[in-house]
Design a protein around this ligand. Structure first.
Ligand code: GUN
Length: 294
């Protein structure tokens, strides 16, 4: 068997078109565009590329975007004051603080992220949104996890009653995806670096999600025949060479579906950020996440 390659580019383009249509309807109905503010602290080159891509996606989806560049040496107090001012700004519906933060701020990362108004928390990192997700309530959900779900839905990969195995227990991907897939009635297992006999578990997966951050970690011997394999990893193995967590060539011979890296989940993460910004705008204006539907 040779797996069908799920192109992130194709799906992300579709999702962004849908957001764009709704963002135009939003503007017509409420007299302003949905607005996103991205804060970047310091000059991390990878973060600068991510932020530029987010800015470009906003332009494609009728979302007003603002990048706030702060010096590497900014104090916690100054950063919190910027967040407070964006929380108050009614033209800003979504606030994203680009990670990683410089060392002197990273130690207070949770406190700083919790300062973002939960209704503007388009990363879904605020404890209130984390709690709501675990309760199965409507909320803003971390973008990469949401991107994985949107891809599985769009590719019509059945989830109900199926076995999903997530390798990686991060707060950004593994844990939120656990809740999203559980809500779709999948039977979900999370594995991690201390899991014993990992292949015996991954081989049970109808849907296998790799989010470990180790190049080519998932080999074909770890994959069930005809599984859907979603690769969340982005690993730089040479200056111009990015690879995923999945040994793509060998796994593609066994799986039914596979996502490539690059050109896979990364693009859906950005599309989900646009979806979250529109949802945040709806939540703030009408207290409903779907203010465009009816
Ligand atoms: N840096 C890498 N991934 C992310 C993300 O999902 N959100 C934020 N805020 N920063 C990141």
């Amino acid at each position: 068997m040779t797996a069908k390659i799920l192109s992130g580019k194709e799906f992300a383009t579709q999702f962004k078109q849908t957001v764009c249509q709704k963002a135009h309807l939003f503007e017509k109905k409420y007299g302003l565009k949905p607005g996103l503010a991205v804060i970047i602290v310091g000059k991390d080159p990878a973060s600068a590329i991510y932020v530029r891509n987010k800015h470009r996606a906003c332009a494609e989806t009728n979302i007003r975007s603002q990048i706030i560049e702060l010096d590497e040496s900014v104090s916690k107090k100054e950063l919190l004051a910027v967040i407070d001012s964006l929380n108050k700004n009614q033209a800003v519906h979504g606030i994203l603080l680009q990670l990683p933060l410089p060392k002197h701020l990273a130690k207070d990362g949770s406190e700083i992220l919790s300062r973002i108004d939960p209704l503007k928390d388009v990363d879904g990192f605020h404890p209130l949104n984390v709690g709501r997700l675990s309760l199965g309530e409507d909320c803003l959900v971390p973008c990469t996890a949401l991107g994985c779900l949107r891809l599985l839905e769009a590719a019509k990969i059945p989830l109900e009653g199926k076995r999903a195995v997530i390798v990686g227990r991060s707060n950004i991907v593994g844990k939120p995806l656990f809740h999203l897939l559980l809500q779709k009635n999948a039977t979900v297992t999370i594995c991690h670096s201390r899991t014993e006999n990992l292949p015996s578990i991954t081989k049970t997966a109808d849907i296998l999600i790799a989010a470990v951050g180790k190049p080519h970690f998932i080999t074909s011997a770890m994959v069930k025949e005809k599984a859907a394999v979603i690769d969340v990893g982005i690993n730089r193995i040479a200056p111009k060479k990015l690879v995923g967590d999945v040994a793509f060539e060998q796994v593609a011979k066994k799986a039914a579906f596979i996502t490539p890296v690059p050109g896979g989940i990364g693009l859906l993460t950005i599309a989900s950020l646009m979806e979250n910004t529109l949802k945040a705008a709806c939540l703030q204006i009408t207290k409903r996440g779907d203010c465009i539907e009816n």
